[in-house]
Design a protein around this ligand. Sequence first.
Ligand code: PLP
Length: 453
Amino acid sequence: MTIQQSTDEILQSVQQQPAGTATFKSVHPETQAIHGGSFRFDPTTGAVAVPIYQTTSFQLPGTDGADKLFALEAPGHLYTRVSNPTQDAFEQRLAELEGGAAALAVSSGQAASAFAILNLARSGDNIVSAAGLYGGTWALFAATLKNFGIETRFVDGNDPEAFARATDDRTRAYYAESLPNPKLEVFPIGEVAAIGRKLGIPLIIDNTAAPLTIKPLEHGAAIVVYSATKYIGGHGTSIGGAIVDGGNFPWADLADRHPQLNEPDPSYQGKTWIEKADAISFFPYILRARAVLLRDIGAAISPQNVFQLIQGLETLPLRLRQHNENAIKVAEFLQKHPKVSNVIFPKFQTGKAAERAKTYLKNGAYGALVGFELKSGRDAGRRFIDSLQLFYHLANIGDARSLAIHPSTTTHSQLSVEDQLKSGVTPGYVRLSIGLEHPDDLIADLTQALENA
Ligand code: PLP
């Protein structure tokens, strides 16, 4: 037997196994992160790592099958702007990890939050959002969506009833971050989701800062969005985003509230998205996000980047455990430090914030973001940052490396001091994103930088 013959035999036997035959189902995130979704091996080669399908387009079946593909009546890939097998493997795994029904990967977290809203709201509509938001999301809602005619009503995220008060018959969604910084007070997901469900309004949660540590769908959220650039990718290499559809929001019963899913779409044979999804037993929200928004706006993730996100996903539960443990050690160290007046970390909160931390944070974890205030204010913050040797000074979170930023001289420097204070940024406030280094080394770097602060 030649080498070529034996290779052919192996390939033939592999190909006889049905493609995508992952049959073992687990409830454990460690296993789901590696085996979740239907991908088991590449049906052509037997490769077990999800291949990077670096192609723009896919060979169509005969004209009979092709029309079904284009009409979304048969599964398959046409063009990588809309879907790709590497992307598909990531989406299925993420949906399973999140406890959702289906997911859509996009080119960035910003694209994910923009799509999450644009899938429901159009000119003349409004959304209600917690005011504690990542700056990019704030700008998207306050300026860009406003220019599209979509109004955002910002409310205090700690006051669930404020969402009800801001709602009218053109309100299409509620939006919040699960663990917004700088205050790091967990958002009351269950309370706001319940208000929304009574009024027919889905709660969309940006869970970027706390994947797996907070499970928004378990508390009634309808949709979860991620900047996968952060913990999911986990290594600071790739920008990406994702939307997870919980699959249990009653869109079909809410025709007046959600016209975009319930009205005939002339670009899809005049069918509604409820009908299109029903015909293939799928989920209308996420189907429309792909078939309309990804098609028309084109914020597609590249196969190379989504491959990197799959690598991140495989170790996400393991990495998060270490991120979270390191953060507790760092926060406890800072709390005892004489130059620190206040440590902002869910473990140390009191009152309502502490109750919510207890309700929503899982497994004794508090996330891996730690804020603290230097007694000597802005100049001390500047000196502290400039003295760091191990922590990087940059405006990101969720990297394997530990990161630090002094918002009043960077991310918030364009705001007046009053506006900085309103958003929770005092002059001596420093935000840390705790990485995967040994905690003793992190504490050693903080110790020497604090000496210079
Ligand atoms: N949401 C949160 C909470 C973020 O921190 C970020 C980015 O910093 C984003 C969304 C936007 O994500 P991306 O940078 O991937 O577009």
